[in-house]
Write a protein that binds this ligand. Structure first.
Ligand SMILES: CC(C)(COP(=O)(O)OP(=O)(O)OC[C@H]1O[C@@H](n2cnc3c(N)ncnc32)[C@H](O)[C@@H]1OP(=O)(O)O)[C@@H](O)C(=O)NCCC(=O)NCCS
Length: 309
């Protein structure tokens, strides 16, 4: 008989079990299953709004499936990973984990849930529809080769941890107001992200106007050994303060980030962008980025359950 454990906080040994499952999925699929936001929430033990769902079966010393919800700015993100040896059980594991996640959200007062899926198949569409979920956002992964051969014509500097934190939060939260994952960041989230092994202030380019932070481009170099991927440089977060939009800064800061990555010997750049972010998609296309793959979300607005406070 299958056992489903629901964890609002993750212990170290449970994180290790889940990591083994994620590694097995990464080896089978050639890419890491959880998005960065969810992965960091998992390895950091789970912030408020986190729930991890561990499915296990007798006779298997590893979880057969793992699902997670993490609370973002205005919605929960949900992802589901089935162990490569148990994918034939998708039709039963999927609904159990989805229903459990919806129950947890209902019990916590309800809210929007986005189930993120890498290149959904008809099986995902069916599972989503059975759970009352409708097609929602799409996220492009775009890529281009480096170097770009294009000149950076604005001055940038490295981010200074500590003294730039509040200015960065202000630009980020103003630029991404209403964005599901990137908006509404707190100093805690930001400081936690700065503790990541890949964090490099030199790769976090900042442009000031009259002593005020006007735009930034935060890059990330993927460790190929750690995540089972090719060496890649990522435009991790880029934004221009709304007071300075439309002056060419988005283009210049992207180029500054790409120049930094190329300087580190990276030959392939990638980024994630919402398909309906017309300004950003057209900026990236203009700079030679092309769509590499698509993640899609199925969305459901979960009502609070009777006992919710
Ligand atoms: C996307 C963003 C960085 C663009 O910054 P910007 O400084 O206003 O853009 P630029 O002036 O450099 O414009 C460069 C190109 O972007 C595209 N672009 C910018 N704003 C646009 C808009 N409102 N509509 C359509 N295209 C637009 C155009 O292709 C433009 O080239 P053009 O001027 O030759 O037409 C900015 O809108 C922003 O910070 N948005 C919020 C955060 C965000 O979405 N970041 C990207 C997440 S992946």
């Amino acid at each position: 008989m299958r056992c489903l454990e629901i964890k609002r906080q993750m212990a170290t040994d449970e994180i290790a079990h889940v990591t083994e499952l994620l590694d097995a999925a990464a080896r089978a699929d050639g890419r890491r299953p959880l998005s960065d936001h969810l992965y960091l929430d998992l390895v950091n033990g789970g912030l408020d709004g986190f729930a991890g769902f561990l499915a296990s079966e007798p006779g298997h010393d590893h979880p057969v499936a793992y699902a997670q919800i993490s609370r973002g700015n205005d919605a929960y993100a949900f992802e589901l990973v089935i162990h490569p040896h148990h994918r034939y059980e998708m039709a039963t594991l999927g609904p159990e984990l989805i229903d459990a996640a919806i129950d947890v959200v209902a019990g916590a007062g309800g809210g929007l849930v986005n189930w993120w899926v890498f290149e959904p198949t008809s099986a995902h569409v069916q599972l989503a529809s059975d759970a009352g979920m409708a097609p929602g956002r799409s996220l492009y992964q775009m890529r281009r080769s480096l170097p770009t051969g294009l000149d950076v014509t604005v001055t940038t500097r490295a981010f200074v941890p500590g003294s730039d934190d509040q200015a960065w939060l202000s630009v980020n939260n103003r630029a991404f107001a209403g964005h599901g994952e990137q908006g509404g960041w707190t100093l805690d989230t930001f400081c936690q992200r700065q503790q990541e092994a890949w964090f490099d202030p030199e790769g976090f380019r900042v442009h000031d106007i009259d002593g005020r932070m006007a735009a930034f481009c935060w890059t990330k170099v993927h460790d190929p050994a750690a995540r089972g991927e090719d060496p890649l440089g990522e435009i991790y977060v880029i934004a221009v303060d709304p007071d300075f939009h439309g002056r060419g800064l988005g283009k210049q800061l992207t180029l500054a980030g790409l120049e930094h990555l190329a300087g580190r010997g990276i030959t392939e750049a990638m980024l994630y962008v919402d398909a309906d972010n017309v300004a950003a998609v057209s900026l990236y296309e203009q700079l030679g980025f092309r769509i590499h793959c698509t993640n899609a979300a199925f969305v459901v607005d979960v009502a609070p359950s009777g006992g919710a406070s």
